[in-house]
Design a protein around this ligand. Structure first.
Ligand SMILES: [Zn+2]
Length: 283
């Protein structure tokens, strides 16, 4: 079974009115400038999954800065999951700074089958991942509702690109320390190979703090050679999830990148589906 732990789908309203949404949300505008084609409907995601042999995809919502926009768009991923049961797993988004309204929305979407929260964008949404006042209640709510948290991450070094942001390994570790305090059982997925955090887990002190964190490979083919997957897999074999970041990058291209890492068969099985299945309780 192949699970893609990092895809994005958008509603028809966003697909047909992207300029208006770019004006309403500057992070969305940065990531999806006029003329870019990297947006997909749930139907398009499903047809790509058919072509590439992906069995299950986590459909992440977008971390809109405006809580009302999060609520409005959450219904798109929930609806996709209803239309494609067993194929699409919905993750919804909230504005963490919205406080009680964010928690209420998590309760609403959890009742409707939501499996996780994300992808949250600390830079785009204007919150700090280790702000106890803002994140504490959100982490507690996720844990209480059985939701996985997925956070955009980025590298402290390397070239700049749209949406890189500043959620670097040190800030992810600070989040992990906060979570250890308020929601010790909560699984947190650091997208995009956690900005390189798995590699720092070779430091035992970092490993102790990061032991709760999962990493997905979203768009890693843009930044890393395939051997990075083999190395991350050797360091965190049980906490590494294949994810494409479709439609920012094709699922087929990301699967080719993963194949090029030439993982041993049991590790490939774990990374490409087994770990996600265990994390999300899939059959
Ligand atoms: Zn991301």
């Amino acid at each position: 079974m192949i699970v893609d732990a990092h895809t994005h789908v958008f509603s028809d309203a966003v697909l047909q009115g992207r300029q208006a949404f770019a004006e309403r949300d500057s992070w969305f505008g940065q990531l999806h400038p006029p003329g870019s084609r990297r947006l997909a409907s749930p139907q398009r995601l499903l047809s790509t999954m058919e072509t590439t042999g992906v069995d299950v995809a986590i459909a992440l919502s977008f971390g809109w800065a405006d809580q009302a926009l999060c609520v409005e768009q959450n219904d798109c991923v929930l609806d996709a999951a209803r239309r494609y049961p067993g194929r699409v797993l919905p993750f919804c988004s909230v504005q963490p700074a919205a406080g009680a309204a964010a928690v209420a929305e998590l309760e609403r979407v959890a009742r409707l089958g939501c499996r996780g929260v994300g992808e949250l964008f600390p830079d785009g949404q204007g919150f700090s991942p280790d702000d106890r006042h803002v994140m504490g209640p959100l982490l507690e709510a996720c844990a209480a509702l059985g939701l996985v948290l997925c956070l955009h991450s980025s590298e402290p070094v390397g070239r700049r690109y749209a949406g890189k942001g500043s959620t670097t390994p040190d800030r992810l570790l600070a989040l992990a320390r906060l979570a250890a305090d308020v929601a010790p059982e909560l699984p947190i997925v650091c997208a995009h190979l956690g900005g390189g955090l798995p590699f720092y887990e070779l430091m035992p002190d970092v490993r102790r703090q990061a032991g709760r964190l999962y990493y997905d490979t979203g768009a890693a083919a843009y930044l890393y050679e395939p051997s990075a997957l083999a190395l991350a897999g050797a360091i965190t074999p049980d906490r590494l999830l294949f994810g494409s970041d479709y439609p920012v990058i094709g699922q087929g291209r990301m699967l080719d990148w993963a194949d090029a890492a030439q993982l041993p068969a049991p590790l490939r099985e774990a990374v490409c589906g087994g770990n996600a299945a265990r994390l999300l309780g899939l059959p």
